[in-house]
Design a protein around this ligand. Structure first.
Ligand code: HLD
Length: 542
């Protein structure tokens, strides 16, 4: 395309010149290590192009489009490299007000040229916490699985919605294959499953299906079709999303009964039965029991088999919230006794984005009975889910869910499974548990510096760091109070130094304590040694 000299061209030239001046000015004040004179520099011609001068708006501009995208890739790949570099910090912490000053978040009236967008991407990642860093132990989802990440890149590029086979044929079939495989690992030969935006929504789907199974008229008639108060049961250690089902679905949180747990965080089944009977005696209708497989803080497993017996006796739906612990289903070594009886459940939540390391987010909900999801949620929107389509419309998943559109969360899991194989996932689980055992042994070997709160069932290690001044004190509730006060200070120091991230929280039995999570494939024994040494370095004077 040769541009003829014209008034329009002259105006455009001046505009670009002004933009470049503005860009140069912005770059020099942006504070990122890789300004125009450093890395991530586009060729001078591409640098000053605007969004409408590359694809899809400028049809003949494939070369600059490619240059721009390759440069963005460079930014991303550099982040991957830094994430895996133990000498790099996990984060560069700034308070929100300071961060606002460092970043340029302005939405301009006239858009910026491509070089600025490349820079924006670099700056964004510069200040992002590296959740895949081997010293990031802060969340249930840690790590950066690169095959899964490659899958997510493809997903973004395909940019489709998962509601119909029509527009996502390959991904829909992948969903079928992966969900069937996950159900078979649970121990079911039949059933149905769906990917949902997070474990909380997965639990909500279980609740909705359970209510629909017991009260099929609820869908049309609403609350009035149920003669009595519905009651659900879960342990006092459960994820808060279980309680939120009661709030959202009209039961009221008073009708989500919190069953006491034992000293290791596991539901006390005799208490469950007592509380069911107690509610029945008040004329209420117990219908749903949630058993947690891997509680968020302690990592406890409720005794599924015993709970299933109680559900059978009282005609209750049994849901397993295995959002966190689900991955252990892969492991012959660790599956039992934790998941004993899981095949007796009616539904199971299982988040691959946690223990399995799939990229965020990837959450699944599985049902033993096929047909329930569609029967419960179908609204038959005529503009999307026509029944006279060219193909078998059973492959249209959109009407099984309450959310209409669904993000494609399957491809990154499917690709990861292709890479690892089922055996690879099993090895990953066994390795995470082995590292957890290593961490426990290192804590026990330094009883003056660390106090293990309980023997873990999963990769949650709950402990206190003991600073020098408290080392000779007897361990009682007074010392626990003091140890609890140390957690936020030490966490603050971790973040300021940028070298380590471990989470802390109180629970209903004790003040603040650390909860360390090992769910990243990047972690080795050396990293655990580093973590304990770094806690000691940062905290001994506290
Ligand atoms: O509810 C939680 C979900 C996640 C997660 O999806 O990674 C709580 C946490 O993580 C957590 O790290 O405490």
């Amino acid at each position: 395309m040769s541009a003829k000299f014209s008034w329009d061209f002259f105006v455009q030239y001046c505009k670009n010149f002004a933009d470049n001046l503005q860009l140069a000015d912005r770059m020099s004040s942006f504070g990122s290590g890789s300004g125009p004179s450093g890395g991530y520099q586009l060729s001078p011609r591409t640098a000053q192009l605007k969004y409408d001068e590359i694809l899809p708006m400028s049809e003949e501009s494939f070369p600059p489009t490619k240059e721009f995208l390759m440069k963005i890739m460079e930014v991303l790949i550099e982040f991957v490299k830094n994430t895996n570099d133990r000498n790099e910090k996990i984060l560069e912490f700034h308070h929100p007000e300071e961060m606002k000053r460092l970043l340029d978040l302005e939405l301009p009236e006239r858009g910026f040229p491509l070089q600025q967008l490349v820079q924006d991407c670099a700056t964004t990642l510069k200040y992002q916490v590296k959740t895949g860093h081997p010293h990031f132990f802060n969340q249930l989802s840690c790590g950066l699985d690169l095959v899964s990440m490659a899958g997510e890149w493809l997903t973004a590029t395909a940019n489709t919605n998962m509601f119909t086979y029509e527009i996502a044929p390959v991904f829909i079939l992948m969903e079928h294959v992966v969900m069937e495989k996950m159900r078979s690992i649970i121990g079911w030969e039949t059933g149905d499953s769906i990917l949902a935006p997070g474990g909380s929504i997965s639990n909500l789907y279980a609740f909705l299906a359970a209510r629909h199974k017991k009260f099929p008229h609820y869908k049309e008639k609403g609350l009035n079709s149920i003669a009595g108060e519905l009651v659900m049961f879960t342990s006092d250690q459960c994820h808060y999303s279980v309680k939120s089902c009661a709030a959202v679905c009209g039961l009221g949180t008073d009708n989500c009964v919190m069953v006491p747990s034992d000293e290791r965080g596991r539901m006390i089944t005799s208490e469950l039965e007592r509380l069911i009977l107690e509610r029945k005696s008040r004329g209420h209708i117990p219908f749903f029991v949630n058993a947690t497989a891997g509680t968020t803080v302690i990592g406890a497993f409720d005794p599924i088999d015993a709970i299933a017996d109680i559900c059978e006796r009282h005609d209750c739906w049994l849901h397993i919230d295995g959002a966190w612990g689900g991955g252990l289903l892969f492991s012959k070594k660790y599956r039992f006794p934790r998941f004993k009886g899981v095949e007796r459940a009616d539904s199971v939540t299982w988040n691959p984005h946690k223990l399995m390391g799939t990229l965020l987010q990837c959450s699944t909900i599985h049902f033993k009975e096929d047909g329930l999801l569609i029967s419960c949620n179908q609204m038959s929107a005529e503009y999307l889910f026509m029944t006279d389509k060219l193909y078998d419309v059973q492959y249209d998943t959109g009407d099984k869910v309450i959310q209409c559109g669904r993000h494609n969360d399957i491809f990154k899991l499917w690709l990861q499974w292709r890479a690892k194989g089922t055996q690879g996932f099993e090895r990953h689980m066994d390795r995470l548990m082995e590292l957890t055992e290593y961490m426990v042994s290192r804590i026990k070997a330094q009883p003056d510096k660390f106090y293990l709160i309980l023997e873990p069932e999963l990769v949650n290690v709950c402990f206190w760091y003991v600073p020098r001044r408290l080392r000779s004190q007897r361990h009682d509730s007074r010392r626990e109070e003091e140890l609890g006060k140390i957690c936020p200070i030490l966490k603050g120091r971790m973040m300021q130094s940028g070298t380590l991230m471990v989470g802390y929280q109180p629970d209903d039995r004790r003040p603040n304590f650390f909860r360390n999570i090992i769910s990243s494939a990047a972690v080795t024994e050396k990293d655990i040694d580093f973590m304990l040494n770094e806690l000691d370095r940062l905290g001994q004077d506290l």
